[in-house]
Design a protein. Sequence first.
Length: 337
Amino acid sequence: MAILVTGGAGYIGSHTCVELLNAGYEVIVVDNLINSSQKALERVQEITEKKLTFYKVDLLDKAALDNIFQKENIESVIHFAGLKAVGESVSMPLEYYHNNITGTIMLCQVMQKYGVKDIVFSSSATVYGNPETVPIKEDFPLSATNPYGRTKLIIENLLKDLYVSDNSWNIIMLRYFNPIGADKSGRIGEDPKNIPNNLMPYITQVAVGKLEYLGVFGNDYDTHDGTGVRDYIHVTDLATGHLKALEKLNEKPGVLVYNLGTGKGYSVLDMVKNFEKVSGRTIKYKILPRRPGDIAICYADPSKAKLELGWETIRDIDEMCEDSWRWQKNNPNGYND
Ligand code: NAD
Ligand code: WQD
């Protein structure tokens, strides 16, 4: 029996494949490579010295997906595949709704046809919108401020409705906070196709000299140094959360939702300082105006995942910065090197 990993060539997917293979799971990846490289999967196999099966297939191609379910013995699905750039989602809402929502519907239709009803879904802390207080608990009010976030909210609701219609589904929705870091090997990591939107890849690209300086989006927030505070989580810790979720699915639990974060908040300038300390590089930065849509502070209460999944993070902020740096230093042009 195998685990189907949609979006398995991507940043979080590839790291999860490493942990799955190391734990002895059989892994089948479906990815259209729209935001990733097949090299990531070659390196996953090199790191683990284990094989996985790869299909270059778009989730929107239902016939191709059907063929995979017919051919393979799939036990459950981890569903990472989706478009994730907030700014792009504002300018291309139709593409985001179509890809993320229709893609999920097609996946669930094919799963239903083959009686595969166990799924782990990649949701996001973005579904909490601008929270009134921190730390954020799973039962906080949900809202979205951009089309990307709305696709996550819609998919969460869609999956809940699916369960109501048929209680034999088991669905775990994981709300990730801010994943950074990379596998210890330095062979896989985050490889943004264009100029990075997210903080850590921007910092690492300044550190290797690909970008001149970091723009810090606002220093007038109500935080300890005025810059935005986030809950950064090591991607390998995030990956192990998926293995715990798969184990939980064996208990046939119905619908569950968990925050995956550390419970600690670091500001933009904290991240710059930590990165400089572990890398020995100076990160030039300039204070810029706030980025529209950004919130001041966001960090998780991860206690539900600890209690019910037996999962907690073990890698601290220094390790996250060190591992991000090793990946970028060894692969200045990502998978194009
Ligand atoms: P990523 O872009 O690196 O990985 C997504 C993968 O899905 C890519 O390999 C892409 O090629 C593939 N894909 C996209 N549309 C597809 C389709 N229609 N058919 C087949 N493959 C398709 O992103 P990531 O950072 O690894 O994120 C994985 C998931 O986690 C996404 O759903 C994302 O929304 C969610 N998430 C990410 C973050 C983050 O900050 N990275 C935070 C919260 C949630
Ligand atoms: C972190 C902090 C910025 C870049 C986004 C999505 C969210 C989720 C994770 C998918 C903020 C500041 C950033 C830069 C900066 N993705 N920053 N200069 O905004 O918390 O979350 O990624 O689900 O949905 O919105 O992450 O890394 O973009 O920003 O000052 O060049 O760094 O203002 O305070 P964010 P981020």
